[in-house]
Ligand binder design. Structure first.
Ligand code: KG4
Ligand code: ZN
Length: 318
């Protein structure tokens, strides 16, 4: 079964064709990063205009002759950006007479780990971390998602982006910080880690962000050491809670997903801490950040299933 995926929830205009939820036949991503670097963040109106300009040129590159269905990101995301994808999908569905499957963006990130893979064994514990969301999810089967932890304030990617801004490292912050951290000492600054209650799988990064801001405002700090110490604090908490969850729910597999899963230190610490369990992160970097192949995969595995979308994200706005 071939599914056309469409993703326009934030700042990537992406389309893809995926067969049987894992074989990526075509994957087109128009990134708006250069545009948003000028403002060190996404301006919704600017993103929306760019999606309108790019969605047709992106679709024109695909072979849509024998697709069976269309999967589209319905939310959460920027409403003015989402509209381009959903209107395009509905229109194409009408013209091609194909069903349109609405997909939750976070489910999309989760299914990025099914791309170019044969078999995944349940139960899976997934840490899905990006700019807009930050959840620990227990998955006992397709469409059986339980949110076991989430952020009480900022998402990890959001913290990376804001700290990069404080350190004047550019946008997006995640890759910039991990690059600066390579030449820094992660033990130089003793930054706070919010463990919360002993058994809690929730996260909080606002205290860490404020601690960095105070040191930056006080002046006389080393950028690389600060980037390394900040990255260490975030990845320490993320990987520790992920391994605790894997242990508690006796996960067969442990996955990282979302933009922050591209982070090398997070991958390293997670692998180290989860022991013998199968460890995966998306096969390619472009499957970590926003893309449409993951949306097509989610559409394939979740079609006809009754999924309670709103339970998955604390920040769902639809
Ligand atoms: O999944 P994504 O493309 O968009 C959202 O759904 O939010 O994730 C983007 C986020 C940004 O906050 C970016 O700074 C972060 O992922 N990111 C990283 C890395 N690459 C991207 N964070 C840490 N280390 C990285 N290497
Ligand atoms: Zn995303």
């Amino acid at each position: 079964m071939k599914i056309l995926g469409i993703e326009t929830s934030c700042d990537e205009t992406a389309v893809a064709v995926v067969e049987d939820g894992s074989r990526v036949l075509q994957n087109i991503i128009y990134s708006q990063i250069d545009l948003h670097a000028e403002t060190s963040g996404v301006v919704p109106e600017v993103a929306a205009r760019e999606h309108i300009l790019k969605i047709i040129p992106a679709l024109e590159q695909l072979d849509l002759d024998d697709i069976d269905a269309i999967a589209v990101t319905q939310g959460p995301g920027l409403i003015s950006s989402l509209l381009t994808g959903t209107v395009t999908a509905s229109t194409l569905g009408l013209i091609l007479k194909k069903p349109v499957i609405p997909v939750n963006h976070i489910h999309g990130h989760i299914y990025a780990n099914w791309l170019e893979r044969d078999k995944i064994e349940f139960p899976v514990v997934i840490l899905t971390v990006s700019g807009g969301h930050n959840e620990l999810i227990l998955m006992r089967g397709h469409s059986d998602f339980e949110v076991i932890g989430e952020t009480l304030d900022d998402a990890a990617g959001e913290a990376f982006d804001k700290v990069a801004r404080m350190l004047e490292l550019g946008y997006p912050g995640g890759p910039a910080i991990s690059q600066a951290a390579e030449d820094g000492d992660p033990t130089k600054y003793d930054l706070p880690r919010a463990w919360l209650d002993k058994d809690s799988f929730n996260f909080s990064f606002s205290g860490l962000k404020s601690a960095v801001l105070r040191l930056v405002q006080a002046g006389d700090f080393d950028k690389n050491d600060m980037a390394a110490s900040f990255q260490e604090a975030v990845t320490d908490v993320l990987s520790k809670k992920l391994s605790m969850a894997a242990e508690k729910f006796d996960a067969k597999e442990v996955h990282l997903a979302g933009g922050v899963s591209a982070n090398g230190r997070l991958r390293e610490l997670a692998k180290e801490r989860i022991g013998d369990r199968i460890f995966r992160f998306p096969e390619k970097i472009e499957y970590c950040t926003d893309n449409a192949a993951m949306i097509a995969a989610a559409g394939y595995f979740l079609q006809e299933k009754d999924v309670e979308w709103k339970n998955v994200s604390a920040k769902a706005n639809f």
